[in-house]
Structure formats: C-alpha cells, structure tokens
Design a protein around this ligand. Structure first.
Ligand code: ADP
Ligand code: GLC
Length: 492
C-alpha cells in the first residue's frame, strides 16, 4: 500500500473540461479500492464550491504571492469515498468561467500565478507542512498545471517520489521571463535543463525534467512524443529521460459510461439486449430535430472543437457525405470558426445535421448511445476516451491511427472481420481523402447487418476498465527514484 497525493486541475464530477477530468475522477478511486491511501487535490474553483455544502477548513497557511492565508477545505469525491482537498485561494479561483479561461473564452491573464499558487500548496501538503499529519509516498501530478510541483519538490532536502502524467503535449503552460521573475521562484529553475525553454518559462518542462517517473496515457503516444512532430520542442528532454517514460493506457469508468445502466440515456441496452440502441437512435434524432429514420446511418461527433481533433477534416468530407444521405449529430465547443461551420451546416441541412454548440453531458451520452458511427479523426490523440466510450456503446468508431486511437481500435479488414477482432475503422493520412475512404468503408459494412452487428458486439465486449492500468501505476509507485537507471533528473 502506498500513500498517494493525486494532483489535478480538474476531476469529474466536480469540474470538467475534457478527458483529464474523467481520468482524475476515476483512477484515484480505483487505486483506493486496490488498497492505496489516495487523496485528490484540486483548486477550489467557484463552480466546485457552488455544488458542495459549506466545507470544513482543515489547514491554513501563508504562501508567497498571496496576501490572504490559503486554506485547505476537505470533502469527498461525490459517489465515492475518496478524500479531496481543495486549495482555497479566492483571489485566484473564486471566479466565473472555466479552470483555464475567462468568460470571454481567453486564458486567464494570471494563469501562471494561479497554478504556481496551486503547486506551492501541493508542496506544503506533500511535505506535511500544513499540519494534516499525512505524508505521501508519491505525489502524482498531471499536465502543465502541476508541472511546477516536481520542480519545487526537487529543491527539498527530503521529499516524496514524483510521478508526472502527460495528458497532452500541446498545452505546455508557456510564459515570458518577466512572469517567471514576478513569481519569485527559485532562480535555478531558469535553466535549459530545468524550466527555461527558448527564453520562455515552461511549466510542462518542470514535470518532464524533474519528475522521478513520467507517464503518458497510451503506449503509442509514449513513442510519438519522442519526436518533434508530437513534442513541439520537448522531444530532447523526453529522449534524455526515456528510461523513466512509460505509456499506460487510460481506463474508463463503466459506472458512468455503460449503456446497461447509464442514467443519462433514455433506453438501456447491452450486447444481449441490443434493442435499446435503436430506441436511443430515435431519441437522438428527435432531440436534434432530425427525421426519425431507423435505417439512415447516423454519424456522431463529441469533443473539443480544436485543431487536434481533426474537425476541419470532418467539415471537408461532410458535403460529400450529406449527398449520400447520412445524418450527423454533433456536440462540441471550441474554435469559433468550427462552431460557426457546424451551425451553418445545420441551418442549411436541417434534415441531416443536428449540432449542439456547447458543453452538455447528457447530449454527449446520447450521441454515444444513439449514433451508429463515431467520428474521431484526430491529428494526435494522447489517449482519447470518446472512442473507448463509443466501443462500449456499440457506436463503431472511425479514427486516425495515432496515440491511444491506434491502441484501442482494431481496423475492420478482411482478416480482422474473419477472425472476429475488428472493432472500427482506422486510417493513416491526416487528410480528408483518407477520412472519407474510411467512412465509406464503414458505411459499406453498415449495409451488411450481420457483419456490422459483429463489429459492434466485439467493441462492446472489450474490457477497458481501469483495473489493469491502475495496477501499472501501482507498480510504478512501488519503484523508488533511486532504482538504478542510466539517466537521472537533471539538478541545476
Ligand atoms: P480530450 O480530453 O482531448 O478533450 P477525450 O476523448 O479524452 O478528449 O475526453 C473528452 C471528454 O470530454 C469526454 O468525456 C467527452 O464526452 C467530454 N466532452 C468533450 N466535449 C464535450 C461537450 N461539448 N459536452 C459534453 N462533454 C464533452
Ligand atoms: C487529454 C488528451 C486525451 C486524453 C485525456 C485524458 O485531454 O487530449 O487524448 O484522453 O487527456 O488522458
């Protein structure tokens, strides 16, 4: 058993912008069930405080850069027994908007200060200086918002081991030198082997350079990020630390994402009782004001509308697909140009395109349950959860062969259809021609009900639950940083 302090900037169901929240809300409870003593630490955002009763203050301390004392509030993650510590610093976190963006959709101008404060509070908890009488063996950090934690802990005489999980290399937390100096951080961190990166301050690099172990969320992405195409300049540090880098595939939380008992969908179904899926299709068509046509193929898409997700590729192939008579249901939010393009398509083709531009969990679940085919043509995808949800919901995914998409979907070709391993359609080139070919392959198979049903069932029966991945994290927690390896964390 290990004591784990799990640090994240979001966790479902308290606060979510994407897959990081799904992971932070589901991996820690599984680790706990497997015997670890886990505490989750999150910022006390306004949205989090609003959904909870008044919480007890369990610690209070001063930190640089903030005049009022920082308080630690204690609660449990809803529907679990997982203890949660909230870092309450109202000047930084008690605001409208999401964890990273203001209501105007732009990054909060003080994000560096906000996540420096969060990191400093995590260090106080990790070093048991907050008076809570609990000292972790391992601090498990996630993404750039916690990248400073391994760097700051490395300055301490004695400290817990650190694990840093990369959920996305594209978000690094880059700030100018003036911000670095204003934060009053140790000067040694401004060094090319520390957090300096082409004359900017790079939060993610703190995690990569100083964590005892680095993980990312699929084996394929762990390989990809050793190249410039996927690491945006940080491939050098990752190659330098390659022996400490592991790819551990995300699991999924079947208590939230299983059509047999999903409370957010109107009709439950399972491999043995597939009829409910057809009813969800009708419900989705109704909800999105599409004609209720059981046999018209319905393509679904849920996700952040950003370049990563290949939204432009989908927009490029839709005119051709609409000519073929398909229906499309889209739920997402992101770049204004993509949002507008989907609104325009829905306006021009109301009988074929339904688009909800915004964030809505119920719609996300309904698309997974009601669509026939799920589109996820990402340019890169560290893991991707939606395609794994699609597999469980019998919604055959069409994905690009990258990152976790490559690790979770088995392309349907003659061989995999014959041996019963096919679960979806996988294409290689990041262009609209390749995507269109893959969608047409899917539409072709859709017209062969027996073969289609087999592909659906294979995906639905595949087990992507957390337990196996959680055990891989546990194995890592058991390794000490002093375990012999060729490379060691650079200490400036
Ligand atoms: P990423 O983390 O890169 O956004 P993932 O596939 O790992 O991609 O996870 C995305 C998660 O966010 C899924 O749980 C998905 O259902 C959810 N999600 C994304 N966009 C929306 C939206 N507009 N409304 C509701 N849920 C969304
Ligand atoms: C990131 C990635 C996504 C991954 C998620 C959870 O947001 O973009 O691929 O599934 O984190 O690890």
């Amino acid at each position: 058993m290990a004591r784990i302090l799990f640090a994240s900037s979001e966790a479902h169901p308290l606060i979510k912008t994407g897959g990081l929240a799904d992971v932070s809300g589901s991996l820690p409870p599984v680790l706990q069930a497997l015997g670890d003593d886990v505490r989750l630490v999150l910022p006390a955002y306004r949205a989090v405080l609003q959904r909870l009763p008044v919480l007890p203050v369990v610690a209070e301390f001063a930190l640089p850069g903030v005049t009022a004392p920082v308080r630690i509030l204690e609660t449990v993650l809803p529907q679990t027994r997982l203890p949660v510590w909230l870092v309450d610093a109202p000047a930084f976190f008690d605001r409208d908007g999401n964890p990273y963006l203001g209501p105007d959709g732009r990054d909060w101008p003080d994000n560096a200060a906000r996540f420096t404060l969060f990191a400093r509070a995590i260090v106080e908890l990790a070093q048991d200086r907050a008076g809570l009488g609990w000292r972790p063996d391992v601090v498990h950090c996630n993404d750039w918002q916690t990248g400073l934690v391994p760097a700051l802990l490395a300055q301490e005489e004695s400290r817990p081991d650190t694990v840093f999980t990369i959920h996305n290399m594209a978000y690094q937390g880059l700030f100018p030198y003036a911000t670095f100096t204003a934060l009053g951080l140790p000067g040694t961190l401004w060094h090319w082997q520390a957090m300096e990166f082409h004359n900017q301050f790079n939060f993610l690099k703190g995690g990569l350079a100083f964590a005892d172990w680095i993980t990312t969320v699929s084996p394929t992405y762990a390989q990809e990020i050793r190249s410039a195409e996927f690491a945006y300049g940080l491939e050098g540090v990752l190659n330098h630390r390659a022996e400490r880098l592991h790819g551990i595939l995300n699991g999924i939380d079947y208590s939230a994402w299983d059509p047999a008992h999903d409370p957010l969908i109107p009709h439950h179904y399972s491999p043995a009782r597939l009829a409910g899926k057809k009813k969800n299709k009708a419900a989705l068509q109704q909800q999105f004001a599409l004609p209720v046509e059981p046999d018209v193929p319905l393509l679904g898409l849920v996700g952040r509308m950003v370049e990563q997700k290949g939204i432009d590729l989908v927009l490029a192939v839709l005119p051709e697909l609409l000519l073929q008579g398909v229906q499309v249901a889209v739920v997402g939010t992101g770049a204004a140009s993509y949002e507008q393009a989907f609104r325009d398509l829905a306006d021009h083709h109301p009988d074929q395109v339904g688009a909800f531009i915004g964030y809505d969990e119920r719609y996300a679940h309904l698309v997974e349950a009601g669509a026939d085919i799920f589109l996820m043509p990402s340019r890169f995808e560290p893991c991707g959860l939606n395609q794994i949800y699609s597999l469980r919901y019998g919604t055959v995914p069409v994905v690009r062969r990258t990152g976790g998409l490559a690790d979770t979907v088995v392309h349907a070709d003659a061989a995999t259809l014959a041996n019963g391993s096919a679960t979806g359609f996988v294409f290689d080139a990041a262009d609209s021609g390749a995507l269109l070919t893959a969608i047409n392959q899917a539409l072709g198979l859709y017209r062969e009900p027996a073969a289609w049903r087999q592909v659906m069932l294979t995906g639905m029966q595949h087990d992507f639950s957390w337990e196996q991945s959680a055990r891989q994290y546990q194995a890592l927690y058991q390794r000490r940083r002093t375990d012999t390896l060729h490379s060691v964390a650079p200490r400036p």
